[in-house]
Design a protein around this ligand. Structure first.
Ligand SMILES: [Ca+2]
Ligand SMILES: [Ca+2]
Length: 309
């Protein structure tokens, strides 16, 4: 048995243990009245508990990963979840996404020399208007000065119907982008696979072991799609082991070597756990953002979003 298979088997055992704890709560006598309303309520509670069980389990997988490697890459156990698991009358699907595999929009709090030009490159590669970045900077920065003609502050948002104001602070959710001048649902959908919002003022780097090739291409102005593909392939099954090895790659020779350095990492701190529960007629999706502290070997939830289908 390969090591990774042993790893996955162990994860399943951990998962079952977590669920047993959850289900102990539901081993209660059947309600004789069988009121549909009570049943619905019970299904919602049970589904919610399952989602929390899934979150707890995934958090343990992320925590356990610290003991297995110093870097984070796509060949690791946390990235192997996703198969639906049958539980009692329902199904549960848990997935973990490394949020450092995306561009954190909260890095755009000013027209800096690192993230601002990199985001412009992303917009260009997606064939979007580069000045969209100006509106994000204004949305996040604390002042009321438009940074550029493409920007927008209270004065511009007050003209909308209904009028509203710029957030003037870091974003809390990707959905907020729909309020930023120039962004439409189509643009947000196009950007979504490559960007994230980590509800934290801190700048987060891009993990080059987990990000899509398009984000490798924004590391330098002269990078081509072929360079990015070649870099992604060079990660192999276990990813790059050091930043030095990565920066020495021929694809990054010259200017990209300098522009890439402040943007990249090989390990991650923020992850998103998705717990999809379907039980009875209920569909529940819970998104939890967690932060992992390597020094303390701890994982804690910083935000949760729940939606019913
Ligand atoms: Ca790891
Ligand atoms: Ca502002």
């Amino acid at each position: 048995m390969r090591y990774s298979q042993v790893g996955v088997a162990l994860l399943s055992v951990m998962f079952i243990l977590t669920l047993l704890t959850t289900f102990a709560v539901y081993m209660v006598e059947e309600d004789h009245l069988l009121l549909r309303r009570a049943q619905n309520q019970r299904t919602i509670t049970q589904g919610t508990q399952l989602a929390f069980g899934s979150e707890q389990w995934a958090a343990r997988v992320i925590q356990r990963d610290l003991k297995l490697s110093k870097t984070d890459h796509l060949g690791e156990d946390w990235n192997k979840l996703g198969s639906p698991v049958s539980v009692n009358d329902g199904k549960l699907r848990t997935t973990i996404t490394d949020l450092h595999s995306r561009f954190n929009l909260n890095n755009l709090s000013s027209r800096d020399k690192v993230w601002y030009p990199a985001f412009k490159r992303l917009l260009r590669l997606l064939e979007l208007d580069e000045t969209l970045v100006e509106a994000i900077v204004d949305w996040i920065d604390s002042d009321q000065q438009r940074t550029h003609a493409g920007g927008a502050e209270d004065l511009e948002y007050q003209l909308n119907d209904p009028p509203y104001r710029a957030a003037n602070q870091s974003m809390a959710d990707l959905g907020e982008l729909l309020y930023v001048q120039g962004f439409t649902a189509e643009i947000v959908e196009l950007l979504a696979p490559f960007v994230t919002v980590i509800p934290n003022a801190k700048v987060t780097k891009i993990n080059v072991n987990t990000c899509p090739p398009l984000l490798l291409q924004i590391l330098g102005d002269q990078m081509t799609a072929a360079d990015a593909e070649s870099l992604a392939n060079a990660r192999g099954e276990t990813g790059f082991e050091s930043i030095e090895i990565f920066l020495q790659r021929p694809e990054l020779a010259g200017e990209a070597n300098v522009t890439a350095e402040p943007m990249i990492s090989l390990s991650s701190e923020f992850f998103q756990i998705n717990s999809q529960v379907s039980i009875d007629r209920l569909g529940l999706n819970m998104e939890s953002i967690v932060t992992r502290n390597a020094a303390r070997e701890s994982v804690s939830v910083i935000s949760r979003k729940r939606g019913y289908l």
